[in-house]
Design a protein around this ligand. Structure first.
Ligand code: HEC
Ligand code: HEC
Ligand code: HEC
Ligand code: HEC
Length: 222
């Protein structure tokens, strides 16, 4: 009996351990390998984090140790509707700009501020896969393409204020861990409110399961 339960324990551990260790490299945000990125990957690349972060000479303007090219002057068509009550900025904040720098299709996915090896900006690897054009930009045929027209997407660039609308859950403090880290810098609704770029446990890189619309009702009291 003891031996059997030991086997059972080992079996359980074998099942649990890999999922506990799931990280960026097991997601579509690993652009090094056709295994995880059936649409978008880059031949000749070996590093995963470097597409978004650099350990040295990073650009702190947009995100933590940020390494992907961002065009701060890019204009976006924002969501608009008559029933919006909260303040919306004229353009998304950094918590969305860093995602859109790849997902709006205007900048190559492999355009980095600091390439591995030489200390220089440039393109890392050669584009492969059907979701990318020859320059490494996401094409509109990719399911990952969001574009610069955000008028048909959940609003971003919103300063969250439940005081302006009774249909929202009041939020206080600035939780730093998912899934409670819903507001970028504790203030704004941005892409990072709903998505965690490192973890695809709940698919679509969601910060938590959206079964029974649990994610939506963290903010909406609908
Ligand atoms: C596709 C882009 C992308 C890749 C690849 C990526 N990250 Fe990130 N990372 C981000 C974004 C975006 C943020 C900012 C998230 C936010 O502000 O909510 C971030 C934030 C972080 C942070 C600080 C905040 C936190 O979540 O702890 C750390 C640390 C980090 N990344 C480490 C890594 C490491 C290590 C790797 C590689 C194993 C990696 N990242 C790969 C996009 C990426
Ligand atoms: C360095 C470029 C880059 C950055 C930065 C980046 N992404 Fe991505 N992301 C991609 C590419 C390319 C794909 C498609 C990969 C594929 O299909 O093989 C993708 C896939 C996704 C997918 C899955 C889409 C699908 O078709 O299954 C989601 C969701 C997503 N990204 C959200 C985000 C969010 C949110 C952020 C910011 C927090 C972000 N990404 C930052 C390049 C990026
Ligand atoms: C209010 C929450 C929320 C915000 C904010 C949000 N997303 Fe999403 N996103 C989702 C959900 C939920 C899904 C899954 C929807 C589905 O499967 O149709 C999704 C799916 C996606 C996908 C997969 C393709 C698709 O259309 O289904 C991409 C890519 C994506 N989001 C990128 C972004 C980017 C980039 C931003 C910021 C500009 C963003 N998201 C902001 C909730 C959000
Ligand atoms: C991080 C908080 C947050 C999350 C999570 C969230 N929303 Fe929102 N949502 C908002 C805010 C804030 C607005 C803008 C409200 C305003 O200005 O009155 C909004 C606006 C909307 C609107 C447009 C309302 C209008 O008046 O035009 C819809 C529809 C919506 N959300 C649906 C969803 C759905 C569906 C989900 C789950 C996938 C979701 N939201 C998740 C915060 C959130």
């Amino acid at each position: 009996m003891i031996a059997k339960s030991r086997y059972l324990l080992i079996l359980i551990l074998l099942v649990i351990v890999p999922s506990a260790m799931a990280g960026v490299k097991e997601t579509k945000h690993n652009f090094t390998s056709p295994t995880y990125s059936p649409n978008a990957y880059f031949w000749g690349t070996r590093q995963v984090c470097v597409f978004c972060h650099a350990v040295h000479n990073a650009d702190q303007t947009y995100g933590p140790l940020w390494n992907h090219e961002v065009n701060g002057a890019q204009s976006y068509t924002m969501y608009s509707s008559q029933t919006m009550d909260m303040n919306q900025s004229a353009s998304p904040h950094n918590g969305s700009l860093i995602c859109l720098s790849c997902h709006d299709g205007t900048i190559a996915v492999n355009s980095l501020s600091n390439l591995p090896g030489p200390e220089a900006a440039g393109n890392y690897g050669t584009p492969g896969g059907p979701g990318l054009d020859v320059d490494g930009k996401l094409t509109s045929s990719s399911t990952a393409f969001v574009g610069t027209d955000l008028s048909d997407d959940h609003p971003v660039g919103i300063t969250y204020d439940a005081g302006k609308d009774n249909d929202f859950v009041p939020k206080a403090g600035n939780p730093t861990a998912y899934p409670d880290k819903l507001l970028y810098q504790g203030l704004y609704v941005e892409c990072t409110s709903c998505h965690n770029p490192h973890d695809n446990t709940y698919s679509d890189f969601l910060v938590e399961s959206n079964d029974n619309s649990a994610l939506c009702t963290r903010c909406h009291t609908k």
